[in-house]
Ligand binder design. Structure first.
Ligand code: SAM
Length: 350
């Protein structure tokens, strides 16, 4: 693993996130972190960034910044608004330095034990369509694992027609609206790093804004639906960067299809490649992989969806989704037509 220089990479990542065109509650904090790390009179912030880098060698810089933000909010929710109010930046940095010195131990605990586990209520929409189309053409059903599942809702939402019908009209595809098609599913699993994120932690990962309050309600509403609760899902605590443990899990459960939604961007590039290699070597046939990654590592709106299987072991870009909360528009990329030609998706027009 190549060493990462000081806290400069954290500052650069914060600065990039601070330029995101949308703000759902975090952007001002990212700008404050970037500004604070560009000047010498913020010893607590510099020290924290260096400790975070040293303590989490397989995390991406972007993930570290988002996790720092979540840690700061979770240890002092009442103090958070004073970091992002309209006072001059020097005053807000002084507030931040005070907060970091008072809560450093708890912040370190968060940075050691937790990840950014923001979980989206609508992220099952595209996997539902792709998995259904793909497995309609396979001889065996899907034994599916959602890797980096967060709250673990996606494996429960698959094949939930009522949720699909509720959200699909707000996500437009090139051919119209995909008709609901069930996935032949033999078993479902959700995987995340221990300790498994609970509802309280996932809520901490949501930005402080009315937008995210509504998004979180969608998530809890989905989880409360009887048909979603009734689904049987096996949950496994596992660090995806532990290649041996990941391989044992995949082979042992006979997993032949996985989804990684907003998971790989949290890892450094070398670890991302290792996870994909392990999948290639350990998934049962047909080895279908769906990867959804935020555009430009969260610095631009939307995300890109790619697929791969044993027959075509290159990650192929299928489409973008204009908004990472899975509303808006699905736009085809270079592999979309090839995928639909092999694995037809039925669209309803109008
Ligand atoms: C941003 S959340 C996405 C949750 C969900 N997939 C979604 O799209 O709504 C990313 C998840 O990946 C998990 N993750 C990140 N690195 C991991 C690792 N090394 N091992 C296991 N899970 C990991 C995090 O714990 C987190 O819950």
């Amino acid at each position: 693993m190549t060493p990462r220089p000081g806290a400069e990479c954290v500052r650069a990542a914060a600065s990039k996130l601070g330029r995101h065109p949308q703000d759902h509650g975090w952007r001002e904090l990212y700008r404050l972190l970037a500004h604070g790390l560009s000047r010498p009179d913020t010893p607590h912030l510099h020290d924290l960034a260096a400790a975070a880098l040293a303590g989490r060698p397989t995390s991406s810089d972007t993930h570290l910044v988002t996790l720092l933000g979540i840690a700061v909010k979770s240890v002092d929710p009442a103090g958070f608004p004073r970091l992002v109010d309209d006072r001059p930046v020097e005053q807000r940095l002084a507030t931040l330095e005070g907060l970091l010195s008072r809560h450093r131990r708890q912040i370190d605990q968060v940075l050691t034990r937790r990840q950014n586990s923001f979980t989206g209520a609508r992220r099952f929409l595209v996997p539902q369509v792709l998995l259904a189309a793909y497995f309609a053409r396979q001889e065996q059903p899907a034994t599916f694992a959602d890797l980096g599942t967060g709250l673990g809702v996606l494996p429960r939402q698959l094949n939930c027609k009522s949720l699909f019908d509720r959200y699909a009209p707000e996500l437009t595809w090139p051919g119209g609206r995909p008709a609901y098609q069930p996935i032949p599913l033999a078993a479902r699993y959700g995987v995340d790093r221990g300790p498994f994120p609970d509802q309280r932690w996932v809520q901490s990962c949501y930005g402080p804004s009315p937008f995210y309050a509504a998004q979180f309600r969608e998530l809890t509403d989905a989880l409360e639906r009887p048909e979603v609760r009734a689904v049987e899902v096996g949950y496994h605590e596992l660090d995806l960067t532990d290649r041996a443990a990941l391989g044992v899990f995949l082979r042992g459960q006979g997993i032949n299809a996985v989804n990684l939604s907003y998971t790989l961007y949290e890892l450094d590039p070398a670890s991302r490649a290792e996870v994909l290699d392990t999948l290639a070597g350990s998934l049962h046939p047909p080895g279908f992989v769906i990867v959804t990654e935020p555009n430009d590592g969260l610095a631009r709106p939307g995300c890109t969806v790619s697929v791969r299987d044993h027959a075509d072991p290159t990650l192929r870009r299928v489409c973008t989704v204009s908004d990472g909360h899975f509303t808006g528009v699905v736009r085809p990329l270079e592999w979309f037509d090839r995928f639909v030609a092999r694995y037809p998706i039925r669209f309803e027009r109008g």
